[in-house]
Design a protein around this ligand. Structure first.
Ligand SMILES: CC(C)(COP(=O)(O)OP(=O)(O)OC[C@H]1O[C@@H](n2cnc3c(N)ncnc32)[C@H](O)[C@@H]1OP(=O)(O)O)[C@@H](O)C(=O)NCCC(=O)NCCS
Length: 164
């Protein structure tokens, strides 16, 4: 009863992604993207010293800490890029994408990053709205960049935000 009440409004904390998160992160990635990255792929990336990530973990579920979302980024010589980001469908629109991105922006600055890039499908309006609100600007378009499951091609936007 109390559990049901507490879960009615889920609360999340944003914490650094660890090796133990990779299996769940891979599962969520598979739910939100057409080609799932395996837990081994996530682990391989996370073990690189210039790669870092964050997960959103629900703090008010009694028996587990459900994964609400994740983000993975890489910073090299002052330039960072978002490798992937996703929020679980049932927690969409609750600000987790915003909070995960804020954590990446902060960590990038702390690592000395001066600029951050990302790629997004031009049709992905939910993601583009989030990035624009975070002051990302489109700096390039890559027509026919992504291949869909039926072979159709779609445009990618390259977006950039200055951190200086
Ligand atoms: C894109 C994605 C990560 C967004 O995550 P989300 O948690 O639903 O997004 P948020 O709730 O943080 O943001 C939703 C809205 O609130 C805004 N918002 C949230 N917190 C805010 C804050 N503190 N201040 C100002 N605006 C805020 C967002 O910009 C956005 O605006 P909108 O209402 O105009 O759409 C999510 O849709 C997703 O996982 N999609 C599938 C995977 C994907 O497409 N990833 C991106 C590939 S490039």
């Amino acid at each position: 009863m109390l559990d049901a009440y507490l879960q009615w409004k889920p609360y999340f904390e944003i914490v650094p992604m660890e090796a133990a998160d990779c299996r769940e992160v891979s599962e969520l990635h598979g739910q939100r993207f057409p080609r799932q990255w395996s837990d081994g792929e996530f682990l391989g990336l996370l073990l690189q010293p210039n790669v870092f990530g964050f997960v959103a973990r629900q703090t008010n579920a009694f028996f587990s800490r459900p994964l609400g979302g994740f983000v993975l980024a890489r910073e090299t010589a002052g330039e960072a890029e978002i490798l992937t980001i996703a929020v679980a469908d049932k927690f969409a629109g609750a600000g987790l994408g915003w909070r995960l991105m804020q954590s990446v922006l902060r960590e990038t600055s702390q690592r000395g990053g001066e600029v951050i890039f990302l790629e997004v499908e031009a049709a992905n309006q939910a993601a583009i709205r989030l990035y624009r609100k975070l002051k990302f600007q489109t700096v390039a378009e890559r027509p026919a960049y992504y291949a869909g499951p039926d072979g159709e091609r779609s445009t990618a936007l390259v977006m950039k935000r200055d951190l200086r």
